[in-house]
Design a binder for this molecule. Structure first.
Ligand code: XMP
Length: 321
């Protein structure tokens, strides 16, 4: 595709020119946009780019480890890994209201990010902050006019303090998602990253309904991993647009052998959508759903019941919180 190859050539040249021999920082989330931006910039300026990956403790199972190993091995990316698990989980103690959790997570992310970039900036004097902003993000941030227009507050990196002045580097700003994917493909990113379902900024913090505890996060990570792997194994992952497990703050009675159990209920959610503004629940095969439910219940300590969410958006939202 000549359009994509010439986009890459032009951007690579432009990045080199703009950056010169300065340094660039980028917050890598593991999602498509920041990954493509990282690899594109890395191709242009190599070691002048430092990527920062924050493990909030609210990521999918082993996500932090996987991201780190993968990018180091395949793209020789210079990644600083920040383990902030305890910070986030401590701040979330006793908080059960969804918007309060979002605010805390968003705020803590900015704190951690600022602290870390301050350290890095001291070392490297980075002049640029790179972001994987894409065209729809630009439009969205222009059209949000106030609380009445935001159904849920979406958090992205922002609000940098005065002393942390950066010039922004946003090489994907003109692209739509499908174009970002094509660029990523051309740059040699694997399908597992390119075709990844979106993952909310607050992560599992809004998929553990109610108060978030380390134990609940662990239970949810295990269950979600089983569901996502099963979708992939059955070739269903690419046929749905977002799939995940949500852990409910409800315990129900079950039976295991001749023992009565009293454990959590988890909900499986899978949706098909074009723009995430409206969505329908995925008509996954009954057999498949049954197998996933069994696998979760048999393997995850703490869950003894699974339900499948058959609500559409609207009136439900995709996430439960
Ligand atoms: P809802 O639940 O509003 O979700 O139907 C629509 C899409 O947005 C994602 N989502 C978020 N993404 N910060 C994010 O970065 C958030 O606070 C947030 N809340 C929802 C959700 O995963 C879905 O893809």
């Amino acid at each position: 595709n000549w359009k994509i190859t010439s986009f890459i050539e032009e951007k690579t040249k432009a990045i080199k020119e703009i950056v010169g021999d300065e340094h660039v920082l980028l917050a890598l989330s593991g999602g498509v946009d920041s990954s493509v931006a990282a690899v594109l910039i890395n191709n242009a300026i190599g070691k002048q780019l430092t990527c920062m990956f924050v493990d909030t403790g609210l990521l999918r199972k082993d996500e932090g480890k996987k991201v780190l190993e993968y990018y180091k091995e395949h793209f020789n990316l210079n990644i600083v890994f920040v383990d902030a698990k305890d910070r986030f989980l401590n701040k979330l103690k006793g908080i059960d209201e969804p918007e309060a959790k979002r605010k805390i997570i968003g705020h803590e992310f900015i704190e951690v990010f600022n602290e870390e970039i301050r350290k890095l900036k001291g070392q490297e004097g980075a002049k640029f902050l790179a972001q994987g902003t894409i065209y729809p993000d630009v439009i969205e941030s222009q059209s949000i006019k106030g609380p009445s227009h935001t159904i849920k507050s979406h958090h992205n990196v922002g609000g940098l303090p005065e002393d942390l002045k950066f010039e922004l580097l946003e090489p994907l700003k003109e692209l739509f998602k499908d174009e970002v994917r094509k660029v990523g493909h051309e740059l040699g990113l694997p399908d597992t990253i390119i075709n990844r379902h979106p993952f909310p900024g607050p992560g599992l913090g809004i998929r553990v309904i109610g108060e978030v505890t380390p134990e609940k996060v662990r239970i949810l990570q295990e269950a979600d991993d089983i569901f996502i792997n099963a979708l992939m194994e059955e070739g269903l992952y690419g046929k749905v647009d977002q799939a995940f497990v949500t852990l409910l703050p409800v315990k129900t009675v079950g039976v295991m052998g001749d023992q009565r159990t009293y454990e959590y209920v988890a909900a499986i959610r899978s949706v098909n959508t074009i723009d995430f503004m409206t969505a329908t629940w995925s008509k996954l095969p009954y057999e498949f759903l049954g197998d996933v439910a069994n696998k979760i219940i048999n393997n995850v300590n703490g869950i003894n019941r699974i339900v499948y969410d058959i609500s559409s958006k609207p009136a439900a939202t995709i996430e439960w919180e």
